[in-house]
Design a binder for this molecule. Sequence first.
Ligand code: UDP
Ligand code: MG
Length: 315
Amino acid sequence: MTLSVVIPLYNEEENIQLLHERLRNALDPLAQEYEILFVDDGSTDRSLSLLEKIQADDKRVIVLSLRRNFGQTAAFAAGFDFARGDVVVTMDGDLQNDPTDIPKLLEMIKDNDLVSGWRKQRKDPFFTRRLPSIIANWLISKVTGVKLHDYGCSLKAYRREVIKNLKLYGEMHRFIPAVASWYGVRVAEVETVHHPRLHGKSKYGISRTIKVVLDLITVKFLQSFSTKPIQFFGPVGLLIGFLGFLILLYLTIDKLFFGNPIGGRPLILLGALLIIVGIQLIGMGLLGEMLVRVYHESQRKPIYVMKKILGPESK
Ligand code: UDP
Ligand code: MG
């Protein structure tokens, strides 16, 4: 079993040297082949030149330097694309995660496909970081149905197959366990230590919570309806349209049988509006259906995920 460690770095000049030392101290005794992929996410400080120095001395280090700051999720994605290990471990580059936890994750990955760290004693400010993330974690576990304590912990281990099938966008890296478990991947959680940030500044504030919530809506929508959008828009459209129909029917009867004038009644507007909205929603569902077909058929994307193939065809 070979190991790749993927670490996104954005302006972490004070941490890089020590990070590399601690990684070596944790990984060398494992008697396991490994590589470390440092992903420089467009740092504007000395991070890249420090990484270049480290790489010159240590051939197990690979440095990927992104042209500008694309964000942590994109940096992870870059690392995943270049990782060659059977197991891929991700962690933060600010020394808040501890490389000494890696052996624990490797032990757990033997019986699982994805192991996620849980910062039980998290060392971050309460109001701006821990409180929002308590709410976010609660929400994510309710919405996705995948029960973890700490989705935001970067320290995770993946079997290679898990990440090679994955496309990441936005702030999606925290949803990998949820998405993966919908695919049938075995997910486990393990307690890990967490340290306060000693050098450099945190790159995130409270605004990230909003991005996470929006991404959660996307993920949930894609999970439930990405292959059947008419099932999502259809029922709402039918219901609203039917309501509009009932209203207009009532008004028609009122006019025809009781001779009441209906032209000036607000209800007629509501009825017409509901019918139009209902038709629009069903139309959106049908458009969605066409998009799904174009997406899957033009790219020959299957609607299933294969684990392995046994038999003469297998590679
Ligand atoms: N990071 C990154 N690109 C960014 C922001 C952050 O690669 O745009 C890296 C950062 O260098 C660190 C990790 O992601 O290694 C976590 O960032 P940070 O410590 O700021 O987040 P926090 O621990 O405060 O959630
Ligand atoms: Mg941090």
